[in-house]
Design a protein around this ligand. Structure first.
Ligand SMILES: Nc1nc2c(ncn2[C@@H]2O[C@H](COP(=O)(O)OP(=O)(O)OP(=O)(O)O)[C@@H](O)[C@H]2O)c(=O)[nH]1
Ligand SMILES: [Zn+2]
Length: 204
């Protein structure tokens, strides 16, 4: 099943287990294809290493947001919470090379004051970053998970990233940064709330 922006919307339990042997065979084949000799000393362990690396870099495919938003507290705090500059490494689904940057994640809790641990916001970013991605979808998935699971009244997610597929190949424009945002609830309906969040995000 695919959503309008092409996301894989399978439940994590419906995603097959990572197939180490198949990934190793594919990397060996890729080495052949580029004209290398996978049997030479320096490359002998490479297919296994690359496969393990891909297992780690795609671990988010086998995780759901509720696996990381485990700790919620009813603190009665209903004002904005914003974690800025969350380091981000993901993998562009067009070229399978990294894109990297920062995510800023802010929300206005539900009226009950239901909040989560700050580290869980960073873990949530990783659930969606550790899979083949496009930046726009990553941004909206993080925002929608906070609306759904925390019942947050307002959410803002801003991601600033550099795509290595634009830096090391293709147009080769180092330093170009892509900025995406997803805004929900009161962050959308109240310009002053959104302006406050933006000011906090951009304060240096
Ligand atoms: N919207 C969006 N585009 C992305 C993202 N990551 C990579 N891309 C773009 O995806 C596009 C794929 O374009 P194609 O023309 O199919 O592939 P290509 O020939 O390799 O394109 P070039 O990168 O321009 O050489 C490129 O323009 C990439 O810059 C992303 O996160 N979001
Ligand atoms: Zn790319």
């Amino acid at each position: 099943m695919v959503d309008p922006i092409g996301a894989d919307v399978r439940r994590p339990e419906d995603v097959p287990a990572f197939d180490q042997a198949r990934a190793e065979a594919a990397v060996r084949e890729l080495l052949h294809a580029i004209g290398e000799d996978p049997e030479r000393e320096g490359l002998r362990e490479t297919p296994a290493r690359v496969a393990r690396a891909y297992a780690e870099l795609t671990a988010g495919l086998r995780m759901a947001p509720e696996d990381v938003l485990t700790t919620t507290f009813d603190l009665g705090h209903d004002e904005m919470v914003l974690v800025r500059d969350i380091e981000l490494w993901s993998m562009c689904e067009h070229h399978l090379v990294p894109f990297t940057g920062v995510a800023h994640v802010g929300y206005i809790p539900a009226e009950t004051g239901k909040i989560t641990g700050l580290s869980k916001l960073a873990r949530l970013v990783d659930v969606y970053a550790k899979r083949p991605q496009v930046q726009e979808r990553l941004t909206t998935q993080v925002a929608d998970a906070l609306v759904e699971l925390l019942e947050a009244r307002g959410v803002i997610v801003v991601i600033e990233a550099e795509h290595l597929c634009m830096t090391m190949r293709g147009v080769k424009k180092a330093g170009a940064r892509t900025i995406t945002s997803a805004v929900r609830g009161t962050m959308l309906s109240s310009p002053s709330t959104r302006a406050e969040a933006m000011a906090l995000i951009h304060r240096r």
